[in-house]
Design a protein around this ligand. Structure first.
Ligand code: NAP
Length: 332
C-alpha cells in the first residue's frame, strides 16, 4: 500500500483508508473486518459517528486472531466540536480510546473549526429551543495546545484538523509548537480545492479527501436527521466523463474518482459497508490515469459550488465567527 510520510512524526499514512461515517454498528463491524482482510490498514472514524465501539471490537478480533498487530494499523479519530473547550479535550480523547480499545490513535483531528456548547447529558451538541445549535466561541488555537499535550503524553502520534479553510490553517500553523500534520476536507472531482492544495504543499501538511465519491446517500441522511435538503445533490459517479474513463480502463467510476485523487498524492477515505465495494475501493494500484484523462477529470471542478458539506444542516452555524466556508442565504 502506498503511504504518505507525515511531517513531524514521520508516520507513514496509508493513502487509502476506510471511511465509516453513517455506518451502523453491525455494518461497520463487518466492514472493518472485510477491509482488514482486503489489505486496508487505515480506518477513519470520529467520536460523533457513534461507531468507535464496533470498530474497536472488530480490530481487537483481528489482532487477537494473530492476523496483525496494533502497530500495523493507522487509526484516525476526531475531537467533536462540542468537546473542543481546552478542559474537555483529554476527556473526549480518552473516551474515544476506550471505545476503540486502544492505548493511542495514530491521528487525532479537530473535527471542525467552529464549536457548539456541550449537552452534558447526551454528550452531543446543545440545541436551542428554536432548533438552532448553541454556538460556543472557542479559539481553536487554545484547543490545539491541549491536543499538543496529548502527543507528549503518547495518547496520539500525530495531530491535525478537519474542515479548516486556508486562513484558519495558516493561523493555526503560525501559532503552534507541533504543526498540523494532516488537513481532512471534502474533496472530489466537483470540489478540487486547488488553493488548499497549494497552501498544504507549502506548509507540508498532508491532505485527506473526505467524501471522495461525492457521498451518495448523504442527502437522505441530511433530510432524515436534520430536515435539511441540498438543492441538486450531485451524482459524480454518474457523470458521463467519469463513466467513459471507467470504461476505458475497465474500472468502476468509483475507482476512477479515487485514483484521480491518489495519483495526485491525496489520501482518500471512501466509506462502504458493501464487501465488493470495500475491495474495489482499494484495488486502484494496478493502473495509472493518462494525462488526457486527468485533464478531463480536472475540468469537472466546480470550485466552491461543488461543496456538499456546507454544514448548513446545523441550523445557525453560519453565525459562528469560525464558520469556514462561503456564506449563502439560508432557506427556512
Ligand atoms: N471530517 C469530516 O467532517 C467528514 C465529513 C464527511 C465524511 N468524512 C469521512 O470521509 C468518509 C467518506 O465520506 P462519505 O462517507 O461522506 O462519502 P463517500 O465515501 O464519498 O461515499 C460513500 C457512499 O458511497 C457508496 N459507495 C462506496 N463505494 C462505492 C463505489 N465504489 N461505487 C459506488 N458507490 C460507492 C457507499 O455506499 P455502500 O456503503 O452501500 O457501499 C456510501 O453510500 C466518511 O465515511 C468519513 O469517514 C469526514
Amino acid at each position: 500500500m502506498k503511504t504518505i510520510k507525515l511531517t513531524g512524526s514521520g508516520l507513514e499514512m496509508p493513502v487509502v483508508g476506510l471511511g465509516t461515517w453513517r455506518a451502523q454498528p453491525q455494518e461497520v463491524e463487518n466492514a472493518v473486518n472485510v477491509a482488514l482482510e482486503s489489505g486496508y490498514r487505515h480506518i477513519d472514524t470520529a467520536f460523533n459517528y457513534n461507531n468507535e465501539d464496533s470498530i474497536g471490537k472488530s480490530i481487537k478480533q483481528w489482532i487477537d486472531s494473530g492476523k496483525g498487530k496494533r502497530e500495523d494499523l493507522f487509526i484516525t479519530t476526531k475531537l467533536p466540536n462540542f468537546g473542543s473547550r481546552p478542559s474537555d479535550v483529554e476527556r473526549f480523547l480518552k473516551l474515544s480510546l476506550q471505545r476503540l480499545q486502544t492505548d493511542y490513535v495514530d491521528l487525532y483531528l479537530m473535527h471542525m473549526p467552529f464549536s457548539f456548547h456541550l449537552n452534558e447529558t447526551t454528550l452531543s451538541p446543545l440545541v436551542n429551543e428554536d432548533g438552532s445549535f448553541s454556538l460556543d466561541n472557542v479559539d481553536f488555537v487554545d484547543t490545539w495546545k491541549v491536543m499538543e499535550e496529548q502527543v507528549q503524553k503518547g495518547l496520539v502520534k500525530a495531530i491535525g484538523v478537519s474542515n479548516f479553510n486556508a486562513e484558519q490553517l495558516q493561523r493555526l500553523y503560525n501559532n503552534s509548537e507541533i504543526k498540523p500534520a494532516v488537513l481532512q476536507v471534502e474533496m472530489h472531482a466537483y470540489l478540487q480545492q486547488k488553493n488548499l492544495k497549494e497552501v498544504c504543499k507549502q506548509l507540508q501538511v498532508a491532505l485527506t479527501a473526505y467524501s471522495p465519491l461525492g457521498s451518495p446517500g448523504a442527502n437522505n441522511h441530511f433530510s432524515s436527521k436534520y430536515n435539511y435538503l441540498l438543492d441538486d445533490f450531485p451524482d459524480i459517479l454518474g457523470h458521463p466523463i467519469v463513466k467513459e474513463i471507467a470504461q476505458k480502463y475497465n474500472k468502476s467510476p468509483g475507482q476512477i474518482l479515487l485514483k484521480h485523487l491518489v495519483q495526485n498524492d491525496i489520501i482518500v477515505i471512501p466509506k462502504s459497508g458493501n464487501p465488493d465495494r470495500i475491495k474495489a475501493n482499494i484495488d486502484i494500484f494496478d493502473f495509472e490515469l493518462a494525462k488526457e484523462d486527468i485533464e478531463k477529470l480536472d475540468s469537472l471542478d466546480k470550485g466552491e459550488d461543488g461543496r456538499i458539506f456546507d454544514f448548513y444542516f446545523f441550523k445557525g452555524v453560519e453565525n459562528h465567527p469560525n464558520y469556514p466556508f462561503r456564506k449563502k442565504e439560508r432557506k427556512e
